[in-house]
Design a protein around this ligand. Structure first.
Ligand code: DA2
Length: 288
């Protein structure tokens, strides 16, 4: 099994994460808390209360974990494509790709990565939602002192299964959208590259950026449900399950609720995924 894709996926995951985390924090807060009037209100309140550090809450943990999940995503995608089409990445560059295989391999990779991502994403979302400023004398400390304390508290209060709260929503979000993610990337990079040539840097950036926007646009409604399910269970349970979350969110806040965070998801998706694919492709050329 080729491992270069796993290594390149890991490093490119770190690059994308560092660029996108502050926007991700604002998005998660808007999706799960009703105290903000909009993006700017959330940015200003976060900055005033928590300083610039507030935007980076929960980032130390994803640097290791989300990067590892990105490695699972790219490694599973490439190896699934190898199984389906019986061609190596080098051979695939020389002949037209079967887009059906690309979509299926991307969806398999999305399914596998969703399960690996679930506990890490849950911890990230819970930490991002803590609006208390960093510990100061006289101010009550936040509920979770850090990622490990958060994981321990969830296991103690909600049992080990608590770490997988929202996992089904994550699987439903990522399985089809990652099929679309790789399909958009491969389709656009082929379209922008002349026959028998390898995609250039500008092509990787543009195709990666649009793959991110396309997949996150489709993923946003399920992303809202996922974030809400992950925050549920903290105190009293609000939702009986995924369907109940969908129905009661729509009833209480109208269908527009499923598009909360769409602007931020798209604004974050372009640079993050441009850099992710750019560094992935270059690392792969360097490693093989
Ligand atoms: C729509 N979805 C879930 C995705 N496209 N997922 C892959 C994205 C990878 C990148 N780290 C990011 O956070 O955008």
């Amino acid at each position: 099994m080729p491992v270069e894709e796993f290594v390149a996926g890991w490093i490119s995951g770190i690059a994308g994460l560092m660029l996108g985390h502050p926007i991700d924090t604002v998005k998660v807060r808007l999706q799960t808390q009703n105290t903000y009037r909009g993006i700017m209100d959330c940015v200003i309140k976060t900055y005033r209360r928590e300083s610039v550090l507030g935007f980076f809450k929960g980032m130390s943990f994803p640097i290791g974990s989300v990067a590892m999940v990105n490695s699972v995503l790219f490694g599973t995608y490439s190896n699934s494509l190898l199984l389906l089409s019986s061609t190596s990445p080098q051979e695939r560059k020389a002949q037209p790709l079967n887009y059906g295989y690309v979509f299926v391999a991307g969806s398999i990779a999305g399914f596998v990565q969703a399960y690996c991502l679930a506990p890490f994403d849950l911890i990230k979302v819970r930490l991002q939602n803590q609006t208390e400023p960093r510990t100061r004398p006289g101010v009550a400390p936040p509920q979770y002192r850090g990622p490990l304390h958060c994981a321990r508290s969830i296991i103690q209060e909600e049992g080990p299964r608590g770490l997988f709260r929202g996992a089904w929503a994550l699987v439903l979000r990522d399985t089809p959208t990652l099929g679309l993610y790789f399909l958009t990337y491969e389709g656009l990079s082929r379209w922008l590259t002349s026959d028998s040539k390898e995609p250039g840097s500008a092509t990787m950036l543009v195709a990666g950026g649009f793959a991110g926007i396309m997949s996150w646009t489709i993923a946003t409604p399920m992303d809202v449900v996922k974030s809400r399910m992950q925050m549920d269970g903290l105190k009293r349970r609000k939702y009986r399950g995924l369907l109940d979350c969908v129905i009661s969110s729509a009833r209480q806040e109208g269908p527009g609720v499923f598009f909360r965070g769409l602007t931020l998801n798209s604004a974050r998706a372009f640079p993050v995924n441009a850099v992710t694919f750019f560094s992935y492709e270059h690392l792969l050329r360097f490693l093989s």
